[in-house]
Design a protein around this ligand. Structure first.
Ligand SMILES: C[S@@+](CC[C@H](N)C(=O)[O-])C[C@H]1O[C@@H](n2cnc3c(N)ncnc32)[C@H](O)[C@@H]1O
Length: 282
């Protein structure tokens, strides 16, 4: 084991302190913390610090006891959510195994989105009482919601749809690693084309870019009403209005609904929240 692996837990503030010695006042620009996904440490840097990314990466790598690689993420591109990310220190291969809530996720933070900020929502999905329920996860990713539900909430079945073939491969591997093959049926394709209709008691719409485009598919997937977990982005003062707007869309599509619960999942950008509405649809 290398020396830095034996160090005790460290804080992001400690990284800042070390960087002050190397970068002077520029270190003050560092903010937002870091995320450890498996043994890959993910940092987001403000543009002004980007030119220092290798120094920051090496410093973080030697400081963090569990990091094998350090990745700088600059954003997400494309509707299929490709991270714009670069390995700035340590091993180039960033395929890793992330453990959380007695689930394991094979994930490559340079290729697919895995947000530590969504952990609370993954835990909430795991705590649902789903005995006897059929669930449709329309945007399954690597199984961020599918796996905790299947492992902990006892659904009868989860159909998990993912459009990107490389992400789908990870989803299938995670189904095997978590031994939920008997419960989860992964489906490759666009959810608007491959989602079963009249199947689900609950639909998870974990994708927040113009999710209204997919609402019709979600409603048709319900067998006789049920719950739709509708994720979206909204301004802090728009939360009520956004709920009303979605209920209006549901009505236009010929269904009746109500907001049973609303949760802020995380802050997404200044003044913008990632929100989930639990919609009861009749
Ligand atoms: C941001 S990830 C979210 C994964 C997970 N639901 C979560 O919230 O953590 C969204 C996933 O939806 C997939 N996706 C996007 N459009 C899709 C579509 N039309 N049909 C199926 N999957 C889609 C993307 O490839 C990506 O893996």
């Amino acid at each position: 084991m290398s020396q830095h692996k034996q160090k005790p837990r460290v804080s992001f503030e400690e990284l800042k302190r070390l960087l002050r010695e190397k970068l002077g006042g520029d270190a003050e620009l560092l903010r937002g913390g870091w995320e450890l996904i498996g043994d890959v440490l993910v940092l987001q840097l403000p543009g002004e610090l980007y030119r220092h990314r290798y120094v920051i990466g090496e410093t973080a790598l030697h400081l963090h006891p569990r990091a094998r690689s350090v990745v700088v993420r600059r954003g997400i591109s494309h509707e299929l959510r490709y991270p714009v990310a670069e390995v700035v220190a340590g091993e180039r291969n960033t395929l890793t195994l992330h453990r959380e809530n007695r689930c394991v996720f094979r994930v490559d933070p340079c290729r697919v989105m895995f947000s530590c900020g969504n952990q609370g929502e993954r835990m909430r999905m795991a705590r649902l009482e789903l005995r006897g329920e059929r669930v449709l996860d329309m945007f399954a990713g690597i199984g961020q919601f599918t796996i905790p539900m299947a492992r902990h909430a006892s659904p009868e079945k989860v159909v998990a749809i993912e459009k990107r073939p490389d992400t789908f491969e990870l989803l299938c591997e995670n189904v095997r690693l978590n031994r939920v093959e008997g419960v989860v049926e992964p489906l490759l394709g666009d959810c608007r084309e491959v989602a079963p209709s009249g199947f689900a008691d609950r639909v998870v719409m974990g994708y927040f870019f113009s999710p209204e485009r997919f609402l019709g598919t979600a409603l048709e997937a319900l067998r006789s009403g049920g719950v739709v977990h509708y994720h979206t982005l909204a301004g802090k003062r728009e939360l009520d209005a956004e709920g009303e707007r979605v209920l209006g869309l549901i009505k236009e599509l010929g269904y009746r609904g109500r907001v049973a619960e609303r949760r802020v999942v995380k802050s997404y950008a200044p003044g913008r929240w990632h929100v989930v509405y639990d919609l009861e649809v009749g």
